[in-house]
Design a protein around this ligand. Sequence first.
Ligand SMILES: Nc1ncnc2c1ncn2[C@@H]1O[C@H](COP(=O)(O)OP(=O)(O)OP(=O)(O)O)[C@@H](O)[C@H]1O
Length: 230
Amino acid sequence: MLHVQDLHAYYGESHILHGLSLKVEEGKVAAILGRNGMGKTTTIHSIMGMVARREGVVEVNGHNLISEQSYNISKLGVGLVPQGRRIFPNLTVKENLLTTQTNIKNGWTLEKVFDLFPRIKERQHSMGGNLSGGEQQMLAIGRAILTNPSLLLLDEPSEGLSPLMVGEVSDIIKRLKDEGITMLLVEQNLAMAKKIADHVYILNKGRVVFEGAADTFDEEVQQKHLALSS
Ligand SMILES: Nc1ncnc2c1ncn2[C@@H]1O[C@H](COP(=O)(O)OP(=O)(O)OP(=O)(O)O)[C@@H](O)[C@H]1O
């Protein structure tokens, strides 16, 4: 479904991703883990066409998107829940959602998003900026799924949330999986990633240094690749 092969990405002269390869099977969830600054967000942004200089293969549903603009990538079925949510603070919740709603037959609708997030329905007339962090995360996810993605990229959805809200967001991601949405998730919350993901990738300085089924991601792997001193 998603097939990334030998991906390189650059910011100006800085070479950030060094031949990264990963894949996510249809209907599965893969997680990208790694310490700060290792290239997780750059990977997501490269898939989404948001990094100006990128090389390699980014194939989604058989289309190579490496040279596509991000609005086309979105049209081809890739949705993004960005780091920091990026809610419009001065639009209402409903207006935030309407910025991305598309009219696809049998696709996601406002009503369906409200069914998934009753809390967002209750707050539909509130300003986006007045929502709690957890509500903003739900809104960001709702806004992304209204583009009817077959692949959803989520960049640290648990960031800054209480343990209770992390649990709620995890449940939502599981429900989206049940709806058949394939997902690539960047996470710092290892417990959450392990619970949700089928497959795990660990990045170090723009390279994949570990990949395996989520149940092979154990204490030893964690110590080896994610401990601060490594
Ligand atoms: N717009 C940019 N211009 C120049 N360098 C950048 C830019 N964005 C990120 N970088 C650099 O690229 C490297 C990878 O950053 P990236 O944000 O992809 O890491 P990350 O693993 O997502 O980190 P974090 O967990 O802190 O979000 C870092 O060295 C960072 O400083």
